[in-house]
Design a binder for this molecule. Structure first.
Ligand code: PEP
Length: 251
């Protein structure tokens, strides 16, 4: 039985004091929830403060990006070791906004996964097709390439620790959610791909979460699909009440 995994991707939102307020409220509201791995991914500047607040709680901490080198002359970058030092357990890698605006590729995704795992962090690896690719019926082809190239040298033992987020680009921040059936079709494909390329056991264990305009009203329908094990949530994770409702409606 795979435990639900629900992560809030705050993107470039929240000052330190706003982040502290949100997490304090979230902590109170989800204190009794044990059946979901709840994670928040604030901006870099708020990581340490949020880490102090969640340290003994049922909320995990993730970062939204990372660089693959450990230390050195890489102005503006943050290494896996530094994220670990700040209290992170997870890192989002390959988000479509990073692919679109910051030149993230399947090759850099692979480098980041390896670096993050060497530092003892768990990657949340995002894959997903654009609207154009979907309309051209290339969804499976695109996802398969993202998996094949992004996970190219990742061995069985390391795959278990990865969370895959299927995020159709056309559904992110648009209010346009994939239907549960559309999402399940791709999740099932991803699980099948893992079975074929790794093993049946790993394909049963790995968590594949959905992202793209998830909110409290559609969370249950999405997460009751057999291959959807949680959600990566943008907009609806920015207000404690919305995120809490979404989590509770997913149970
Ligand atoms: C995301 O940023 O990963 C995301 C899914 O955003 P939203 O929930 O706002 O669509």
């Amino acid at each position: 039985m795979r435990k639900l995994f629900i992560a809030g991707n705050w993107k470039m939102n929240k000052t330190i004091s706003e982040a502290v307020e949100l997490v304090n409220s979230l902590k109170r509201e989800v204190v009794d929830i044990e059946s979901v791995d709840i994670v928040v991914c604030p901006v870099f500047t708020a990581l340490s403060e949020v880490a102090d607040l969640v340290i003994d709680s049922n909320i995990g901490l993730g970062a939204q990006n990372v660089y693959w080198e450990e230390v050195g002359a890489f102005t503006g970058e943050v290494s896996p070791k530094m994220l670990k030092d700040a209290g992170c357990k997870y890192v989002i890698i390959g988000h479509s906004e990073r692919r679109k605006y910051f030149g993230e590729t399947n090759e850099t995704v692979l480098k980041k996964i390896k670096a993050v795992q060497s530092a003892g962090l768990s990657p949340i690896v995002c894959v997903g097709e654009t609207l154009d690719e979907r309309e051209q019926k290339k969804t499976i082809e695109v996802i398969e390439k993202q998996l094949k190239d992004g996970l190219k040298e990742i061995k069985d033992d390391n795959l278990e620790d990865i969370i895959i987020a299927y995020e159709p680009v056309w559904a992110i921040g648009t209010g346009k959610t994939a239907t549960p059936e559309q999402a399940e079709e791709i999740h099932k494909f991803i699980r099948g791909w893992i079975k074929e390329n790794y093993s049946s056991d790993i394909s049963e264990e790995i968590r594949i979460i959905y992202g793209g305009s998830v909110k409290s009203s559609n969370a249950k329908d999405l997460m009751s699909q057999p291959d959807i094990d949680g959600a990566l949530v943008g907009g609806a994770s920015l207000e404690s009440q919305l995120f809490v409702e979404l989590i509770k409606n997913s149970l």
